[in-house]
Design a protein around this ligand. Structure first.
Ligand SMILES: CC(C)(COP(=O)(O)OP(=O)(O)OC[C@H]1O[C@@H](n2cnc3c(N)ncnc32)[C@H](O)[C@@H]1OP(=O)(O)O)[C@@H](O)C(=O)NCCC(=O)NCCS
Length: 168
């Protein structure tokens, strides 16, 4: 059975595992395989979640299937007064669970959170070749604002990203 929930601190090890598995499975997110374990650790992740999600104003939902954590979406709300009305989105779903509507549900939940919390601008970046993600974002109301040329270096090549935003 598939369901969604807010992350609790007693699930931090599962969340750490999910992030590391995504790093290994996809070239479309920020970390290279094994890079996360070299630069941060589960305790820092726990502090981050405690400070910015549980006691802070970021939005974070995880998707669970039969007790297994299979995906997440996070929106990092602006921390300064002049950008409090904005949030930057990161999303990732394990390979075997893509194409089942989880991404679509995540963006519906994100939209509700944004409306309830006075967010006026949702923003994200996406590699130009990531057509699945771009399709999901456009379907959810995001528009391309511009191209960040050679903004990522992936598997030995520079790649461009789209800057996308949704105004509420
Ligand atoms: C991008 C991602 C979040 C989408 O989530 P998902 O759960 O697979 O998405 P959904 O099942 O809700 O499908 C969303 C849409 O994409 C479409 N889609 C699925 N696979 C596709 C493909 N290979 N090419 C084009 N569109 C595709 C679906 O048909 C659906 O559109 P529709 O409702 O018009 O039919 C997920 O694939 C993922 O985590 N990918 C790897 C990490 C990543 O790219 N993260 C984003 C970095 S910016």
């Amino acid at each position: 059975m598939l369901y969604y929930r807010t992350l609790e601190l007693n699930q931090i090890e599962d969340f750490w595992k999910l992030l590391n598995t995504l790093d290994a499975e996809t070239d479309y997110m920020m970390y290279e395989p094994n890079e996360r374990t070299q630069t941060t650790n589960v305790q820092k992740l726990k502090n981050d979640i405690e400070n910015n999600v549980i006691c802070g104003s970021d939005f974070l939902q995880v998707a669970m299937e039969n007790q297994k954590m299979v995906g997440y979406i996070r929106a990092e709300r602006g921390k300064f007064n002049r950008i409090l009305h904005t949030a930057y989105i990161v999303v990732g779903i394990l390979k075997d669970y893509r194409g089942k509507g989880i991404g679509t549900s995540f963006f519906e939940m994100l939209n509700c959170w944004a409306k309830e919390n006075g967010i006026k601008r949702l923003e994200l970046t996406v590699e130009c070749c990531n057509e699945t993600a771009r399709h999901l974002y456009e379907k959810s109301g995001f528009k391309i604002e511009g191209t960040r040329e050679k903004s990522m270096f992936v598997n030995g090549s520079f790649v461009d990203e789209f800057y996308m935003a949704k105004i509420l």
